[in-house]
Write a protein that binds this ligand. Structure first.
Ligand SMILES: [Zn+2]
Length: 399
């Protein structure tokens, strides 16, 4: 049970270099203090390194093999339909949040995009759970608060904006000030990281705004754990164009049409970020004899880092076998995987492509504004250990 207000922040798409560059630039005094005096580690995210699987890993403390959310999007083998995985019927594990609520904690969950609200709030009854995207609809009346836009002094932010994330932290600060939650989970969005590289003015000023909110939360005495759902890497060729390989085209050429189905678990309604191009793909095959020819073709592609069978991928990446392809394909650090050229409207991209999904975006920050205690020396920390750290391993606050 938390002894003081305890906050976990998931900074969406926080490649560790963003914080290192902002600290070097002197843009983020609180993070600089944290780096010097607090817990400043790196950890691996869950695979695939996408938003939904990792947010659910963080709030359940478990990999996707346990909680079942293996992507933003997947092929439901029972119906043959490709569906968004943001419905709670896909969730196979209870969340730490609902467990804490049952023991009497007051919980507030704030997410940037509305697509995560249902999953993160699953099982919560008396808690506050809303998205910045739909801040106008946030119901804080059960806690005698609201409207949140008035409390924060901001209009509902645009979905493609840096403010969508800063609203999350500013709202968390107001709720901590006025409602005394025991636990908060704050989850931002990676709009800035998809557009701007670490160390750019835009990235540094985004992190500077977050820094001042986090510093204010810290001054109110909260224990704060910070991690990310995934990193973010440039995915362009030497001309600055998306470095994409189109798997469905290649497999249709090899096997004929209709034998293979490529699905991209990065797919979501927010395509301006990434044109549905990420570094992880599932390949479903209608017959077993295509497996080895498909594997051979895919692994020879220069943009491909790894091709795994379903069993290998489930084992290595801790994924649910029934929610991944016969083959799982991971792109290398500078590449992304697509279906067919015509399936990706790249005209919407307004900056050189930066994306994620692969092993190269698995490393993320794992930070706590306290010293940690009683961590077994051999333990390999993951981003989804953050609730365990802030609840069970908290030492003194560094001076
Ligand atoms: Zn994300």
């Amino acid at each position: 049970m938390p002894k003081v207000p305890t906050i976990v922040v998931c900074i969406d798409g926080c490649e560790p270099e963003y914080l290192e560059a902002a600290v070097s630039a002197g843009a983020v005094p609180w993070f600089s203090w944290l780096k010097e005096k607090g817990t400043w580690l790196r950890a691996l995210s869950a695979m695939p390194s996408f938003t939904n699987p990792n947010n659910l890993s963080i709030v359940t403390g478990s990999p996707p093999s346990v909680h079942g959310i293996a992507g933003n999007y997947f092929l439901d083998l029972e119906t043959g339909q490709e569906v968004m995985m943001n419905d709670t019927r896909w969730l196979r594990a209870p969340t730490i949040l609902e467990g804490l609520e049952r023991t009497g904690c007051r919980i507030a969950v704030i997410t940037a995009k509305d697509k995560l609200r249902g999953l993160l709030g699953h099982g919560l009854r008396n808690s506050i759970c809303f998205s910045a995207e739909c801040a106008g609809e946030a119901d804080l009346a059960p806690w005698g608060l609201g409207p949140i836009t008035d409390m924060v002094g901001m209009e509902t932010p645009k979905v493609y904006s840096a403010e969508l994330s800063t609203f999350v932290l500013a709202a968390g600060l107001e709720i901590l000030r006025h409602a005394g939650p025991d636990i908060m989970y704050l989850s931002t969005t990676d709009y800035v990281q998809h557009k701007f590289a670490p160390g750019t003015n835009e990235a540094n000023s985004f992190f500077a705004t977050m820094d001042s909110c986090l510093s204010a939360l810290d001054r109110l005495g909260a224990v704060i754990g910070i991690t990310a759902d995934h990193g973010m890497k440039p995915k362009v060729d030497s001309n600055g164009n998306p470095n994409a390989v189109y798997l469905q085209e290649a497999l249709d050429e090899l096997l004929g049409k209709g034998v293979s189905t490529v699905t991209l678990p990065i797919t979501d309604p927010y395509v301006v970020h990434h044109g549905s191009l990420g570094s992880f793909a599932n390949v479903y095959l209608s017959d077993g004899k295509s497996l080895h020819p498909a594997m051979r073709k895919l692994i020879l592609m220069p943009q491909v880092m790894a091709v795994l069978t379903r069993a290998e991928a489930a084992n290595r990446f801790e994924l649910p076998e029934d929610r991944i392809g016969d083959l799982v394909v991971v792109a290398n650090e500078s590449a992304v995987l697509g279906k067919r050229r015509e399936d990706h409207d790249l005209s919407l991209l307004d900056a050189p492509l930066r994306s994620h999904g692969g092993l190269s975006e698995q490393e993320v920050p794992l930070l706590v504004n306290r010293q940690l205690e009683n961590i077994a020396p051999a333990r390999r920390l993951r981003n989804f250990d953050v609730f365990d750290l802030v609840l069970n391993h908290i030492g003194p606050r560094p001076l």
